[in-house]
Design a protein. Structure first.
Length: 395
C-alpha cells in the first residue's frame, strides 16, 4: 500500500507527505492472560498507546521520557521487532504495518537498530568479522572475500583497527563494543537507524565519541535517526526535533531549540528542571519541579489526561477528557488542556526556569564570578564584598 497524503493521522496534526517515516496512532499492548490449559486475556500492558510523528531524510528525532514510558518499545515496534497492536507504520511511502518477516527482510537494508547494551546485543561466540558481516550474508549481496574487505573498512570507519576482524566481543571495552554495533548497523547504508539508548551504558568521554561518530555518519550517508535516551543534554546536542513521552503517549513534540527554551507541557517543564547545570549561580536560581508519586501502571492508566495524577495544574476537565494532540505553533505539538505559559530563558548558555532575574541581580552574579576568578577590583566590587562580609587581601 502506498501512501501519498499526510492526512488521517487521527490527531488533527498534519504529517509531511514526503517524510521518510510516518507513524500514525501506533499502539503496542502486551496481553495479560490467566489460566493454564485455557488461557484468556484479562488485561493488557499499554506500553505504547497511540503515538503519531514523522521523520524526514537525514533528520534526528530525540525520544525522551522516564523509564517505563514506552520509548524503547516504540523503537522496537517501528523496526518491526515487535508486532504493533494497531496503527500504521509508513516507511518510504509503503505501509509496512502488516509485513511478515520475509517481507521485512529486503527492508532491513534500509532500516537498522543500535541496541542499548553493547555486550548482550553481540553474539559472544562470533568474531567481529562475522557479526559486522552478517547483514551482507543475509542479503546475499557480496562474496566472502568482498565481505571481509567491506567489514575491515567499516571497522576503520568507526574508529577500530581492521586487524580486530578475528577478535571476539569480550576482548573489547564497552565503547568499542558499541562501535561494533554501529558498524553493523551502517553496513548496508540504511536510510533509518533506531538508536535505543546507545550511550546510556557508557561513561561521559565515550558517550561524546559515539555521539560524534553518529553525527559524522549522518553527514556522510544522510541517515535519519530515532534517538532514544534519558540524558536530555545528549538529546539536545544530537537531535533536530524532540518528542517527550509519558505512559506510552507523546506529550509534546517540537524542534530542539523551541522545546528547550519554550516548553509548554507541564511534564516537559519538570523534565528540564531536573537537568543539572554546571553554573552554581544558575542552578541556585532555577526552579526545581518535583513530581509527586510514581509513574502510574500502564495496565490501568489514569482516565482523561494520563499525567493529571502528578500534574500541579490538573483540573476536573483533565480527569475525564483526553487532551488531543494539537499544533500550537508551526511544528510545535502538545497534548494538554492547560499548557504552561511561563518562559524558559537562557543565561550563559544554560536553561533556567521561572521569572528572569533583574538587571541588578545579573550584575551581582557577574561581580561574584569576577571575584571568584580574581578579576579586576573596582569600587563597586569592593562595596559588594563588604556587603557580603568578605575581606579582600591586598598584596
Amino acid at each position: 500500500m502506498t501512501i501519498t497524503t499526510s492526512t488521517e493521522s487521527g490527531t488533527g496534526v498534519p504529517l509531511r507527505p514526503d517524510a521518510l517515516l510516518q507513524v500514525r496512532n501506533l499502539r503496542k499492548h502486551f496481553p495479560i492472560t490467566q489460566g493454564i490449559l485455557f488461557k484468556r486475556q484479562v488485561g493488557a500492558v499499554k506500553a505504547v498507546d497511540g503515538i503519531t510523528f514523522d521523520i524526514a531524510n537525514g533528520e534526528t528525532l530525540g525520544l525522551v521520557g522516564e523509564s517505563g514510558c514506552g520509548k524503547s518499545t516504540a523503537g522496537r515496534t517501528i523496526a518491526k521487532l515487535l508486532e504493533p497492536t494497531s496503527g500504521n507504520i509508513i516507511f518510504n511511502g509503503a505501509d509496512i504495518t502488516g509485513y511478515s518477516r520475509s517481507q521485512m527482510r529486503p527492508l532491513r537494508s534500509e532500516m537498522q537498530m543500535i541496541f542499548q547494551d553493547p555486550f548482550s546485543s553481540l553474539n559472544p561466540r562470533h568474531t567481529v568479522g562475522t557479526i559486522v558481516g552478517a547483514p551482507y550474508r543475509v542479503q546475499g549481496s557480496l562474496s566472502d572475500k568482498d565481505i571481509k574487505t567491506r567489514v575491515q573498512g567499516l571497522l576503520e570507519r568507526v574508529g577500530l583497527n581492521p586487524e580486530h576482524y578475528n577478535r571476539y566481543p569480550h576482548e573489547f571495552s564497552g565503547g568499542q563494543r558499541q562501535r561494533i554495533g554501529v558498524a553493523r548497523a551502517i553496513a548496508l547504508q540504511p536510510k533509518l537507524i533506531i538508536c535505543d539508548e546507545p550511550v546510556s551504558a557508557l561513561d561521559v568521554s565515550i558517550q561524546a565519541q559515539v555521539v560524534n561518530l553518529l553525527e559524522d555518519l549522518q553527514s556522510e550517508f544522510g541517515i535519519a535517526y530515532i534517538f532514544v535516551a534519558h540524558d536530555l543534554s545528549v538529546v539536545r546536542h544530537i537531535s533536530d526535533r524532540v518528542a517527550v513521552m509519558y505512559l506510552g503517549q507523546i506529550m509534546e513534540l517540537a524542534d530542539r531549540d523551541t522545546l528547550y527554551s519554550q516548553p509548554r507541557h507541564p511534564y516537559t517543564h519538570s523534565l528540564l528542571s531536573a537537568v543539572p547545570l554546571p553554573d552554581p549561580d544558575s542552578g541556585s536560581r532555577r526552579e526545581r519541579i518535583l513530581l509527586t508519586g510514581d509513574l502510574p501502571s500502564p495496565i490501568n492508566p489514569p482516565s482523561g489526561c494520563v499525567f493529571h495524577t502528578r500534574c500541579w495544574k490538573a483540573q476536573d476537565r483533565c480527569k475525564v477528557e483526553v487532551p488531543l494532540v494539537r499544533e500550537i505553533s508551526a511544528g510545535h505539538q502538545i497534548a494538554c488542556h492547560f499548557p504552561e505559559d511561563r518562559p524558559v530563558f537562557g543565561q550563559g548558555g544554560q536553561t533556567i526556569h521561572g521569572p528572569a532575574p533583574t538587571d541588578q541581580e545579573l550584575a551581582a552574579q557577574e561581580r561574584d564570578r569576577d571575584l571568584a576568578r580574581g578579576g579586576a577590583v573596582t569600587g563597586e566590587n569592593i562595596a559588594h564584598e563588604t556587603e557580603l562580609g568578605w575581606q579582600k587581601r591586598q598584596d
